[in-house]
Design a protein around this ligand. Sequence first.
Ligand SMILES: CC(C)(COP(=O)(O)OP(=O)(O)OC[C@H]1O[C@@H](n2cnc3c(N)ncnc32)[C@H](O)[C@@H]1OP(=O)(O)O)[C@@H](O)C(=O)NCCC(=O)NCCS
Length: 70
Amino acid sequence: MIGDVFIGQTRKLGAPIIGDNVGFGAGAKVIGPVRTGSNVRIGANAVVTKDIEDNVKIASVSAKVIGRLY
Ligand SMILES: CC(C)(COP(=O)(O)OP(=O)(O)OC[C@H]1O[C@@H](n2cnc3c(N)ncnc32)[C@H](O)[C@@H]1OP(=O)(O)O)[C@@H](O)C(=O)NCCC(=O)NCCS
């Protein structure tokens, strides 16, 4: 695990569950009640908010509107 990796909760209950042999790039974040598979590489600066299957490399942040302020 490299620097500035965050694995933690959001307002939703439940912490991430990390599989075996999961590698985290710099700045990767895994947030909320998600589950990563095993043998996974999470790319630098990826933000994971959905489950990840086994045996994959994932990357990127998909920014989107998540709610309204007013
Ligand atoms: C995710 C990762 C493991 C993929 O490595 P790879 O299999 O060699 O991937 P490639 O470099 O061939 O890239 C494949 C595609 O994914 C994209 N990509 C790779 N890493 C990405 C990342 N972190 N975020 C967004 N896109 C990424 C590339 O731009 C490329 O896109 P394209 O097909 O449109 O050209 C790697 O890029 C990574 O992020 N490693 C962590 C590095 C790190 O944090 N090192 C810390 C010091 S050791």
